[in-house]
Design a protein around this ligand. Structure first.
Ligand SMILES: [Zn+2]
Length: 56
């Protein structure tokens, strides 16, 4: 099984997500978590109250 490394968080992910063009992350691979976080950043109106996914 191939694994991919997320460009943003550098975590290995089994599923790669391609960023949208307007995110200016050309040729990047995102994990599901970073992808959904980006979605929330760019389309905050569609998904409210899910702004903070990351927990340290
Ligand atoms: Zn990530």
């Amino acid at each position: 099984m191939h694994k991919y490394k997320c460009t943003i968080c550098h975590e290995n992910t089994a599923h790669k997500y391609m960023p949208m063009k307007q995110w200016e992350l050309n040729d990047s691979i995102l994990c599901g978590r970073c992808y959904s976080r980006k979605i929330h950043e760019y389309y905050p109106g569609k998904h409210k109250k899910i702004n903070r996914i990351d927990k340290n």
